[in-house]
Structures are given as C-alpha cells and as structure tokens.
Design a protein around this ligand. Sequence first.
Ligand code: ATP
Ligand code: MG
Length: 593
Amino acid sequence: MPIIEKRAGVRGVEANLRDYAATVASFSWSAARAELDGLPGGGLNIAHEAVDRHARGPRAATVALRCLGRTSAGGATRELTYAELSVQSNRFANALRTLGVGKGDTVFALTPRVPELYVAALGTWKALALFCPLFSAFGPEPIETRMRLGAARVLVTTATLYARKVAPLRAKLPALQAVLLIDAPAGAATEAGVHSLPDLLARASPDYVVPSTSADDPALLHFTSGTTGTPKGAVHVHGAVLEHHVTGKLALDLRAGDVFWCTADPGWVTGTSYGIIAPLTNGVTSIVDEEDFDAARWYSTLEAQRVNVWYTAPTAIRMLIKAGPELAHRYRFPALRFAASVGEPLHAEAVIWGHEVLGVPFHDNWWQTETGGIMIANYASMDIKPGSMGKPIPGIVAAIVHQRADGEVETVDAPDTVGELALKPGWPSMFRAYLGQDERYRKCFRSGWYLSGDLARRDADGYYWFVGRADDVIKSAGHLIGPFEVESALLEHPAVAEAGVIGKPDPTVLEVVKAFVSLRAGYEPSEALNRELVAHARRRLGPAVAPREIQFLPSLPKTRSGKIMRRLLKARELGLAEGDLSMLEPEPAAAPR
Ligand code: ATP
Ligand code: MG
C-alpha cells in the first residue's frame, strides 16, 4: 500500500504538530499544563477549562455548540456561545446545589444529542459530581444496570424517555432522587421527584464559583462498548482535561475558530472526550447532529457547515463507501482540512478512499474507554502508512509486550513482532477504576505496564499496526492470524462492504479462518462470488492465512457504537451461548446491502 506523503500538513496548512520527533523529545505534561488556565485558587476543573476561561476572554461570543435538530422535529439549529454555555452550566450547577447534589453524587443523562446534554455535563463538572451519559437508544436493561452500579442520584432526560424507559424501573433505583426533564414546560405539574429542567434553570442564579477541584477528583463514568463481554464502568478524573486538550491540538489538529464535527454520541467515550471536552478547551465551534447516520445528510452537513476537522468511525466510513462515490461527488468539501477515525481498525482502502473522494485521507487513531483520550495517532504532518494506527502521542510511552512464564511481562523491541499493546501508566486521562470491579482493574496492570488487551506490532519506523483483540486472534497451524489482516484483504475486493473474521476449531490445525461478509450495493451472494473472494484472499494472504470458508450475511452484528461483534459471530457459528447482548445493535428492518 503506498505511503501518503505529507510535506506541509494537509491541504497546505501547517499542522499544530510540525515535527513529530522533535515534539516527542521536548514534550512534558507539566509544560503542557501551562496551556491550561487552572482555577483561580488552583486546581483543574474540566468545565472551567472548557468554557469559563473562554467565556471571560476574546472567545466569549464565539459559537461553542451548533446543534442541528431532527428533521422530523422541524430541523431547527440551536446555537450556544461560550458565554451562554458558561452561564447555562452555572445555572445547572446551582440547580444541583438546590437539590442538595454535589461532590460524591452521580448525575446520569439519557437524552438525544441536544444542547441540554452539554449544559448538564458541564454543570455537573462544576458541581464536582460524577457525570455518566447514556446512549438514548438503550433499552431499560442496560439503563438499569448502569444506573444501579453508578448509584444514580439525578437523571437528566426527556419526558418520553422517562415514561418509556425509566419510570417503570424507579422502584429498583433507590438512590435516584431527582429526574430533570429537559422538555417539561416550566411550571408543569409533575410527579414527586420529577422536575422541569427549564423551570429549575430559570430559577437558578447565573453566577457560580467553581469550587476548588483536584486533578484527581472523579468527573466521568463511562461504560466500555461491550464488544468482548459485559461493559465495564471506567472512572475518569478532572485532570484528564489536560490529555483531551493536548490530543485535540496535536492529534486532531484543532485550532481556535475551527468548525469541528465529532460524530460520536456522548454515550461513548469519544463523544465526551472529543465531542464535548477537547473541542471546547481548544476554542472551536462544534457541530452536534441529533439525527442518526444518513449518508446524504452527512455529506451535506460537511459541506454546508464548512467543517474543517472531522472525527468519525470506521463503521460510518464503511457505510459511506457502501453508498457509492456518486453520492459523495454531489458535494464539495473545500473547507475540510483534517479527517480522523477511531473505534475499530481502519483498513487501508478506507484511508485512501478518504484521500480520493473527500480530498483528505482518514487519520486513524487508537485508544480505549480506559485510556480516556487518544494514545496512538496519525498526525497531520506525518506520512501515513495506510492501515497503521500511527505513533504514540508525545508524552505517551507505548510498547509491545510479551508475558513470561512467571506471569510478568517484558517489552519486545524487535520490529514487527506481534505482542500485547501496553502503555506506561500515569498519563493524565488514565482511568482510575472499573466501578465495582477492583480486582479486574488491578489485573490491567502488570510489571509497570497497563495492558490493553489488544495485539499489535511496531514496525522499524515506529508505526503501530493493529493485529486484533487478544480474544479474537486466531491460532492456525502454528500461525497467529489477526482478523484485521484478513478482513482488510477482503475489503479490498469491490464487492465487499463489511467483513468479520473468526477462528473455527479444527482437529488438525487448531483453528481455521472463517469470514463473514456483507456486500456492497449492486452485488448478490453467489457460489461464484464466494469462490472469487476465497481466491482473492489466497492471492493476497497465502493459503495458510486466507479464509477457508466465507459466509454472506446481509449485515454483520454490531454493538450500538458500531463495532463488529466477532464473539457473537463465533458463538452463533459454534452454537455456543451468545453472552451479554445488551449492547447489540438491533438489525435494521430492511438491511441495506
Ligand atoms: P469492551 O471493552 O466492553 O469489550 P470495547 O473494547 O469495544 O468494548 P471501547 O473502549 O469503546 O470498548 O473500545 C476500545 C477498543 O476498540 C480497543 O481496545 C480496540 O480493540 C478497538 N479500537 C479502537 N480504536 C482502534 C483503532 N484505531 N484500530 C483498531 N482497533 C481500535
Ligand atoms: Mg475494551
């Protein structure tokens, strides 16, 4: 795959990070901290860094959030400047105070992507309570488990979501004291413990002094995606804002005045770290779209909002590719300077597709709910090797490690050796707990390393390449086969829209490779196509690694955050128990193919 060379950033604009090696050599977290403000009495509070300091400076009147409403609800756009967001979140923090809610309490949100969600997040941080955003499409079961585990004291939601999903659970949520309805008109009579948020905000004072906050004070509770099993609740602290700010600037190339669109819902860590915090600390205008994915709407949003920096996910990119280049070519993106992707491996074809169709390549980056922020990235100024996750963020120490027989781990320095991807603990946004699972948390750390559970390799130039999740790696006839390599090869074929690869037990070679494939528009499953795909994979990968079997599916099972659930493909193939399905995305009624 050809390297995409960058001479002077992307589209001739010089990147924030100009020289990777020099930045790594000179970087220190304490020096980076000077770019933040700090509370007047000392300490670090996310909301202060994100809005208040801008609200008191030259960016007060800049639009912080531009929220595009659902077409079915009139499609109105609602904007909040930094000054307005500061005042609204002050009011929210004061409203919590009147309810007796503060440090040590948890505020949950279950709302669509509307301004109130962002106000609630920032107001909760000002009040030093723990914020936990839930994806609004969750059913009652995942809502109940999370709210019980997090001991939810307050819930911010809509009247409909409350009536449909939470009211029936109230008896099981003894800690839940107040429900704040974002759409209940002021003064509307409601049941005990249920309040109108507009009413509370209108009555609350617009002035608020953020209390002293330590960088170690808990700020966020985020659940993992549930790709490999039951989701874990990762706790993050206020000090994480330093990481968000730095990575927003260096890995996403954000600069004040940019229009930035992060497509993730705040119910996933990306939608909070890079949908709320990083863009605000960097002084940009964030686009928030309440509507779900729709290829034409997304292209038209990129064009009409003149988005400069775009952060999205492989599943969305695959859907855009599936929708065909003709649709993309109806739009123009002259403002787009930088595009990035996270959440799943991004195959090389998608990187190049971005380059050809949008005019900018996708910059893949890697991180996890646990890491709180981007850890490995492709930078605007650095040549891209399509298919690679890039290099560690300045200030982050990454390594490939092997486990020894005595259980300790050691780093593997020889290039291109597959091992577990590990990070040196202590980065500012490192998770501080798996809520209610202390032992599991401790097990993530060994011999002075945080173990990610992902397998990767580092090449001689220092680029990291994702191989697969440790759970998904296939062992066949003495080879270790990463599903990503096989899936990427299949995705090079013009008929293939999505691919998921598993190991199927085999008496002779331990496991054989089986691939599940969904097809792009215009292709139909057939024996001939099946044979053609096997032959294509054999040519690309050799017979030992190529899939032995390919099965066509209308679409692949995914988590609600859009990740292919290989464990479910495997369980179904082998007739095993399907495990925790609370995060399984419901099948589309008429599955597009
Ligand atoms: P769970 O931990 O509940 O099984 P999850 O690991 O999918 O779910 P997240 O924290 O949302 O939950 O996702 C992090 C994981 O996503 C990473 O560990 C990795 O496996 C995958 N991932 C994220 N970004 C990339 C990337 N750029 N390339 C490859 N894989 C990625
Ligand atoms: Mg995980």
